[in-house]
Unconditional design. Structure first.
Length: 87
């Protein structure tokens, strides 16, 4: 499986500071176990996964290396940054 992954430092404009999050762009939702394994592989506090449901509308999920989260603020902001700047 090849997917685009961005590592974004939220709350900063400087490299190697802020709060890092991985943002993964997906075509569809794989199994939850796959999402968790990707988060483990990223080795960051949170990984956000985005799936486009229609143009400019995305569903978003957040995983730590251990569990799925109900919400993650900095990974949400990082996801918005990726959508606005790279997609």
């Amino acid at each position: 499986m090849k997917i685009p992954i961005y590592q974004i430092d939220a709350f900063t404009s400087e490299q190697f500071s802020g709060n890092p999050a991985a943002v993964c762009i997906l075509d569809h939702w794989p199994e939850d176990r796959t999402l968790l394994n990707i988060a483990v592989e990223n080795n960051l506090a949170e990984t956000a996964f985005l799936v486009a449901v229609e143009p400019e509308h995305y569903h978003l999920r957040w995983f730590t290396p251990e569990i799925e989260m109900d919400l993650c603020g900095h990974a949400t902001l990082a996801s918005a940054y990726v959508v606005l700047n790279y997609l």
